[in-house]
Design a protein around this ligand. Sequence first.
Ligand SMILES: NC(=O)c1ccc[n+]([C@@H]2O[C@H](COP(=O)([O-])OP(=O)(O)OC[C@H]3O[C@@H](n4cnc5c(N)ncnc54)[C@H](OP(=O)(O)O)[C@@H]3O)[C@@H](O)[C@H]2O)c1
Length: 264
Amino acid sequence: MKKADLLNKWGRWALVTGASSGIGEAFAHHLASLGCNLVLVARRGKTLKQLGESLKRKHSIEYMVIPTDLSAPNAYQQVMAATEELPIGLLISNAGAGRPGKFLDRSNEDLSEIMELNLHSHVWLTQHFAWKFTQAGGGGIVLTGAMGAVSGLPYMAIEAGTKAFIEAFGLSLNYEFKNTGVHCTVLVTSPTETPVLGKLGFTKESLPMQPISPQQCVQETMEALYQNKASIIPGKKFRIMNALTPKSTSKKMMGAILKKNNQL
Ligand SMILES: NC(=O)c1ccc[n+]([C@@H]2O[C@H](COP(=O)([O-])OP(=O)(O)OC[C@H]3O[C@@H](n4cnc5c(N)ncnc54)[C@H](OP(=O)(O)O)[C@@H]3O)[C@@H](O)[C@H]2O)c1
């Protein structure tokens, strides 16, 4: 089946969380250019509206904005309720955040927010939409994880844990959904040039390899999703690095960089 046929089969609406910036915004541009109507989810409603308007003008698509904080318990229910009537066929569950710090210094509230956003919101949205996609005979799901999470990220322990969960969760579902028409791919995000890198204290110079563009990240992820690959690490150099670097070395290297960049 051709890619365009697959997108048609999945329906003309896609839902993207974390669409106000970075990789999610690049997904929105990519999908709109293919003629997909969009549900855009993030906290910054005004930014989402501006994005929706500009994509509507450029690609003649329809869009809906859901400004919500996915780190709040049950926020996902707002997303489900608002989209009940829409024939969504593609879920890009991408919103996520990280705050470097020593685990023992972090408050319960801080840790709960990260778990809600990076873990629970993905699980509940996936279950809801996967059920709908199965009823409709097909659909696509991208779950955003992080390269290196399964090796451990010192000073971002809760982020590493939640992202490692997403990776195992998505790999499992990719198998479980076989023969249902539902594709599920984990985006094991390699360093990508978005505002998140700055928020984590990284500079281009402090990274052992230059980050890829959000556009490359999205192109490779969509290709993997069409092929129903269980996971994708965008960027050949990062795939090679990931394959060749022992987990203990990756953990040590990331721990040293995060400690230094964030004065921990
Ligand atoms: N860039 C990288 O190198 C890298 C590496 C590993 C993993 N990742 C993962 O990739 C995903 C996208 O990140 P990015 O690099 O594109 O960073 P980004 O530019 O900072 O984008 C993060 C997106 O998530 C949304 N978001 C954050 N907190 C939210 C909340 N509480 N409720 C709803 N939406 C929220 C943000 O929107 P609002 O601020 O408007 O809410 C924004 O749209 C994340 O899951 C991140 O963990 C990125």
